[in-house]
Write a protein of this length. Structure first.
Lengths: 318, 674
C-alpha cells in the first residue's frame, strides 16, 4: 500500500516535470520574449540588453530552465511582467479567491447533486425523477455565459439584490468578498450539480438493478437500510473520480464565469496573462494548474482504493 | 390442507410492449408446494421458470407486472402485500439462494456482516449469540475456519465458497421454504456435486421445502421429489420426479431427455429442432407444435389444457400423451461418431510450458520468462489429422490456457508447437504469417460476446473470406450463402444482426465464421456451455457433420464430461496445468484410471434418479500447482505417501494405449474403488 502511494507520488512529479518542460519549450518557441513584449517599440540595443540582463535572459535556455525550476520548487516563480511584481504575490490572492469560489460551489453543489441523483434514481420514472431530470438536463445544456448573464440581469439589475460584477480589490477580506461570490457560485453550481446528479443517478440505477440488491430485497432487508448499506457505498464509489475532476476544474479557474463576473480568480488571471503575453506568469499558472490536477486525482484514486475492498486486496496481493 | 405451504393460483405475469400490447411471460400457472418436499422447476432459458420462483417470494422484476392470479403463502397473497409485511416473510419464512453468488453478495460488505444482517432481521438473538450462530451456519455449509471466512469480502472466496455462503445466509432465518435459482450453474463439476449433496443434507436435516429452479435435468434429478416442466411460460408436465425422468409423457420432456449426452453412451444424441417461441408471438395451437414429433392436425389450432391423470399422479399438457405412455422408456438413439483420424500428425505440442507470472524488469529486457512453477507445464500431445481431442478438467486446470497458446494469443515459456510435423508455429501472434493464422481458428464459449453486435451476419462471415482469400462481389456473396447453408441457416439471415438471433443461431454463425477460413484445426472453447440442452445437441451434431465433410481437426475444451464423451475421439485430462491422463475416450471413460479422472467422472450429474454422483475427493481449490511431485497430491484419495509428494509420477501405458501419469501401478489402478 505504502509502496503504491510512493509510486503514485513519484509518477505525479514526473508528470509535473513533463508539463514544466512542455510549457518552457512552448514559450521558447513562440516568437518574441518577455523583454520584447515589455519594451515594445523600444526593444532594441542597449535597453533590450539591459532588460535581458535584468531578467536573466542572456544565458542559454537549459540554464534558464534549471534555475527557473529550482526556484519554482521553492515557490519562487520570478517576476510578472505586467505589474513588475513577484509572481508569488500576484498568485497568492488569486489562488485564495479561486479557493473561496470553488469551495463554496463544492459545499453547496456536491450535496445537492448527490441528493438529486439519489432521489431521481430511487423514484426512477416517477414524478420526482421526471421533474428533477428535466431541470437538470436543462441546466446542463445552457452555457454558463448565458446563465451568468441572465443571473446578472435578473438578480443584480432588475431586483438589485446583489452586486452584478465584482469590483473589489484582489486581496479583499473574505467577508467583503462574500456577497460578491453568490451569483458566480450559483452560475457554476448549476452546471456542475446537473452533471454530477445525472452521473449519480445512472450509477445508483445500475447498482439498484444488480443481483446483490435483488438479493438484499429477497433477504427481507428494509428499503432504506438496503439503500444505505447495499446501494450507496457501491454506487458512489465511481462518483469519487468525477467529483475529483470537478474540483480540479473549479480550482483551475472557471474561466468563462470569472470573466463574466469580473471575478479576480485564477481563471481570469490565465486570460489576462495570455493577452498581456506575460509568459513567466503563464508558466507559473501551467505548473500550478497541473499540480492541482495531479494531486486531486491522486487523492481520489487513493480514496477509491481505500473504500473499495476489491481493489485493496488486489493491490496488496500484487 | 395444512401441509401445503405455497399455493400458486392462475398466475400470469407479463410486460407491456412498446406498442402497448400485453405480453405474457407466465401464462395462468397453478401449482402447490407441500411441506418438506423438494420441487424441481425445469425449462429452457426464457421459459419463465425464474420469474415463477421470484413470484413465490412476492417479487416481480422491474418492468414486469402481475396480470392476474395469486401466490398464496400461509393463506395470504404475497403479490399484493405491503412491502413492510413482505420484509417479514422474505428471509424469515421464504429464503432465496441465488444463481450467481458471486454477483449476489454485496461487494463492499464482509461475509460475516451479510449473514449477521439476516440474523438481526429475523431472530431475537443478542450480539454474542449471533456471532456464535454465524460460525455455526458457516460450519453447517462446511466452510473451513468460519471465524476467518466471516471477516472476508465476497471476492476473496472461490465460486463454491461463495455459493456456500449464500446457502448459509438463506438458512440464517430458518425459513420454511427455500427457493433455489440455478444454485449450481457456473460451478465446477466437482463443486456442483458437493453443493447439491449439501442441499440434500439440509433438506433432510431441517425439513425445509425447496423449490429448485434449473435448466439442468441432471441437477434436478439429484434433488427433487417432484418436477415441473415449463415451456414458453406454461406448465407442460408436472409429476413425481422418477416418473418424469424415466417415462416422460410430454413430447418436450421426452425430446429434452433424448438430447442430453450421457456418460454411458458414446456418440451424439438426437437433437430437437427449432426453438422456443418468443414471448408475445401469438399462436393459436400448442406452443410446442413446431418442434413436436408426435403432433397432429388438431395440435395446430387447439391448445391443449393441463390434464391431471389420477393413476399417474401427473399433470400433462398434450393431446397425445397416450402415445408416449406406451413407450416404456426413453430410448436414446445416439449417432456413433466416426473416428476419421488419419495417421498423419497435424499438431504437436512438445514440452510446452506457459506462465502467467508477472515479469520482472530484467526478464522483460531480455525478453524471457522466468518462473519455476508455471501455470502449465510439460504438455506433450500429438494431434492427428481429423481427430477430435478433448481437454477436460476443472476451472484452473489450464485447458483454456493451452488453447490460447495454440491460437497464438499467449506466449509459451518453453517448448514447441509444431504444425504438420515440421512447421514451427511461433508462440507470438505477431510473428505468425497470415497462413499460420488461417489454419487455426477459434470458436468461443459465448457467441453474444464473440460476435460484433454492430455487424450483420454477412459482414461477420465475409471478414475471414476477404482477409484470407481476397474474395469480393458475386463470389464473396456465393461463399457466404454456401457457408450459411452448411450451418443450416437460410440466406435471409445475411442481413440480420446478432441480437436478432437466438443463442443457437448465433453459435452457428460463429461456426460458419470459423469454417470460412478453411482451417485445418478448429479450437472449440466450451462452445456449448452457454446453450440450452436441446440446442447443444444440434450444435454438436453440426460440428460433427462439418468435421466429417471437411476433415477438420478439433481441439475441444469442455468441463462437461458427458459432452466430451459424445463428440471426442481422444481425451486429455488436466489438473493444475499438468497432464494426468491421455487416451482414446472409450478407455478413459471405461476404466477410470487416474485418480483425478475418477473424481471427475464420479461427480457427473446424470438425469437419472438412480445414478448418484460419487464424491471421492474434496472440492478444495488450490491456488497454484505444487512445486514438487504429482500435481494432484493435495486432493488424491489414493495417495501413496512421500513418493507422490517428491517425485513427478511416470507415464504408464495400458494395453489399450491409454497413458496415465501416476505412481500407483496400472494393475492397482484398474481395480475400481467402489
Amino acid at each position: 500500500m505504502l509502496f503504491l502511494i510512493i509510486k503514485r507520488i513519484l509518477l505525479g512529479f514526473i508528470t509535473l516535470f513533463i508539463v514544466s518542460l512542455i510549457t518552457f519549450v512552448g514559450t521558447e518557441i513562440l516568437p518574441g520574449d518577455a523583454c520584447t513584449t515589455y519594451l515594445e517599440r523600444q526593444a532594441f540595443g542597449e535597453q533590450l540588453e539591459a532588460c535581458y540582463r535584468r531578467l536573466g535572459l542572456n544565458v542559454p535556455a537549459y540554464e534558464r530552465y534549471v534555475s527557473w525550476a529550482v526556484n519554482a520548487i521553492q515557490g519562487d516563480f520570478g517576476y510578472s511582467l505586467s505589474g513588475e511584481m513577484p509572481i508569488k504575490e500576484v498568485l497568492g490572492p488569486r489562488i485564495k479567491n479561486s479557493l473561496v469560489l470553488a469551495s463554496a460551489a463544492i459545499f453547496i453543489g456536491i450535496p445537492i447533486a448527490l441528493i438529486l441523483g439519489i432521489v431521481t434514481a430511487l423514484w426512477r420514472d416517477k414524478l420526482p425523477d421526471v421533474a428533477i431530470s428535466t431541470v437538470t438536463i436543462f441546466a446542463m445544456t445552457i452555457p454558463e455565459f448565458i446563465s451568468a448573464t441572465l443571473l446578472i440581469l435578473i438578480i443584480a439589475i432588475w431586483l438589485e439584490w446583489l452586486p452584478g460584477i465584482v469590483i473589489v480589490p484582489t486581496d479583499v477580506s473574505f467577508l467583503e468578498l462574500l456577497p460578491n461570490i453568490i451569483l458566480p457560485v450559483i452560475a457554476i453550481a448549476m452546471i456542475m450539480t446537473a452533471h454530477m446528479a445525472r452521473m449519480v443517478r445512472s450509477s445508483v440505477i445500475q447498482v439498484m438493478a444488480s443481483e446483490y440488491v435483488q438479493m438484499a430485497i429477497l433477504k427481507g432487508v428494509p428499503y432504506w437500510k438496503m439503500v444505505f448499506k447495499h446501494v450507496l457505498p457501491n454506487a458512489l464509489l465511481p462518483a469519487i473520480n468525477v467529483v475529483a475532476l470537478t474540483i480540479a476544474w473549479l480550482l483551475g479557474g472557471v474561466v468563462v464565469t470569472e470573466v463574466v463576473f469580473n471575478y479576480p480568480g485564477l481563471g481570469r488571471l490565465v486570460i489576462e496573462s495570455i493577452s498581456n503575453r506575460d509568459l513567466p506568469t503563464v508558466q507559473a499558472l501551467a505548473i500550478i494548474l497541473a499540480s492541482i490536477y495531479v494531486s486531486i486525482n491522486l487523492l481520489a484514486d487513493l480514496m477509491t482504493l481505500m473504500l473499495n475492498p476489491r481493489l485493496k486486496t488486489l493491490q496488496i496481493r500484487k | 390442507m395444512s401441509d401445503i405451504i405455497q399455493k400458486v393460483k392462475n398466475l400470469s405475469i407479463g410486460f407491456k410492449s412498446k406498442k402497448g400490447e400485453e405480453i405474457l411471460i407466465l401464462k395462468n400457472i397453478s401449482t402447490k408446494i407441500k411441506k418438506g418436499e423438494t420441487v424441481g422447476i425445469v425449462g429452457e432459458s426464457g421459459s419463465g421458470k425464474s420469474t415463477l420462483a421470484l413470484a413465490m417470494m412476492g417479487y416481480v422484476k422491474h418492468g414486469l407486472y402481475t396480470i392476474g392470479g395469486e401466490c398464496e403463502f400461509n393463506s395470504s397473497n404475497l403479490l399484493n402485500m405491503k412491502s413492510k409485511d413482505l420484509e417479514k416473510i422474505r428471509g424469515r419464512k421464504i429464503a432465496m439462494i441465488p444463481q450467481n453468488a458471486g454477483q449476489a453478495l454485496t461487494p463492499n460488505l464482509k461475509i460475516g456482516y451479510q449473514i449477521d444482517e439476516a440474523l438481526q432481521l429475523h431472530s431475537d438473538l443478542s450480539e454474542k449469540e449471533r456471532e456464535k450462530k454465524i460460525s455455526e451456519l458457516l460450519n453447517k455449509v462446511r466452510l473451513p475456519s468460519p471465524e476467518t471466512i466471516a471477516l472476508r469480502y465476497p471476492h476473496e472466496l472461490s465460486g463454491g465458497q461463495q455459493q456456500r455462503v449464500a446457502v448459509a445466509m438463506a438458512l440464517a432465518g430458518t425459513p420454511d421454504l427455500l427457493l433455489l435459482d440455478e444454485p449450481t450453474t457456473g460451478l465446477d463439476v466437482t463443486t456442483q456435486a458437493h453443493v447439491l449433496e449439501l442441499l440434500n443434507f439440509i433438506a433432510k436435516d431441517t425439513g425445509t421445502s425447496m423449490v429448485y429452479v434449473s435448466h439442468d435435468l441432471g441437477a434436478i434429478a439429484q434433488v427433487s421429489d417432484r418436477i415441473i416442466v415449463m415451456y414458453s411460460g406454461e406448465i407442460v408436465l408436472e409429476g413425481p420426479s422418477r416418473d418424469i425422468l424415466k417415462r416422460p409423457i410430454h413430447p418436450y420432456t421426452h425430446g429434452l431427455l433424448k438430447s442430453i449426452p450421457k456418460l454411458s453412451l458414446a456418440g451424439l444424441p438426437e437433437s430437437m429442432p427449432g426453438s422456443q417461441p418468443q414471448p408475445g408471438i401469438i399462436q393459436s395451437g400448442c406452443s410446442f407444435f413446431d418442434r413436436c414429433n408426435f403432433s397432429e392436425d388438431k395440435c395446430k389450432n387447439n391448445s391443449p389444457q393441463l390434464e391431471f391423470l389420477k393413476e399417474l399422479n401427473t399433470s400433462v399438457r398434450c393431446f397425445n400423451y397416450e402415445k408416449l405412455l406406451k413407450e416404456s422408456q426413453v430410448n436414446q438413439n445416439v449417432n456413433k461418431i466416426k473416428n476419421n483420424s488419419k495417421d498423419k500428425e497435424i499438431l504437436n505440442l512438445s514440452e510446452v510450458s506457459i506462465s502467467y507470472a508477472k515479469q520482472k524488469l530484467l526478464d522483460q529486457i531480455f525478453n524471457r520468462i522466468s518462473d519455476d512453477n508455471p501455470t502449465v507445464k510439460d504438455i506433450n500431445i500429438n494431434i492427428k489429422k481429423g481427430e477430435t481431442i478433448a481437454l477436460v478438467g476443472e476451472s484452473g486446470s489450464g485447458k483454456s490456457t493451452i488453447l490460447k497458446s495454440i491460437a497464438g494469443l499467449l506466449r509459451t515459456k518453453d517448448g514447441f508447437i509444431r504444425f504438420d510435423e515440421n512447421r514451427n508455429l511461433s508462440s507470438d501472434l505477431k510473428e505468425r504469417n497470415p497462413n499460420d493464422l488461417r489454419i487455426i481458428q477459434l470458436i468461443f464459449q459465448n457467441p453474444d460476446e464473440s460476435l460484433n453486435p454492430n455487424h450483420t451476419v454477412e459482414e461477420i462471415i465475409a471478414q475471414p473470406l476477404k482477409l484470407y482469400f481476397g474474395l469480393k462481389g458475386e463470389e464473396l456473396n456465393k461463399n457466404i450463402i454456401d457457408l450459411l447453408q452448411k450451418v443450416r441457416l437460410g440466406e435471409f439471415y445475411m442481413s440480420r444482426y446478432p441480437r436478432q438471433l437466438s443463442g443457437g443461431e448465433k453459435q452457428r454463425v460463429a461456426v460458419a465464421r470459423a469454417f470460412a477460413a478453411k482451417p485445418d484445426i478448429i479450437l472449440c472453447d466450451e462452445v456449448t456451455s452457454a446453450l440450452d440442452v436441446s440446442v447443444q445437441a444440434a450444435v454438436l451434431n453440426l460440428l460433427q457433420q462439418l468435421k466429417e465433410d471437411f476433415g477438420t481437426t478439433y481441439i475441444f475444451v469442455s468441463h462437461d464430461l458427458a459432452v466430451v464423451r459424445a463428440i471426442s475421439d481422444r481425451v486429455a485430462v488436466l489438473y493444475q496445468g499438468r497432464l494426468c491422463e491421455v487416451g482414446p475416450s472409450n478407455d478413459v471413460y471405461k476404466f477410470p484410471s487416474h485418480p483425478y479422472t475418477e473424481v471427475l467422472l464420479g461427480a457427473v450429474l446424470e438425469p437419472d434418479p438412480d445414478i448418484k454422483p460419487k464424491l471421492v475427493a474434496e472440492d478444495i481449490v488450490e491456488e497454484k500447482p505444487p512445486e514438487k511431485g504429482c500435481s494432484f497430491q493435495g486432493r488424491c484419495s489414493r495417495i501413496l505417501g512421500d513418493i507422490c509428494k517428491k517425485d513427478i509420477p511416470p507415464w504408464q501405458l495400458t494395453d489399450s494405449g491409454n497413458a496415465i501419469r501416476c505412481h500407483i501401478p496400472i494393475k492397482e489402478l484398474q481395480k475400481e474403488q467402489f
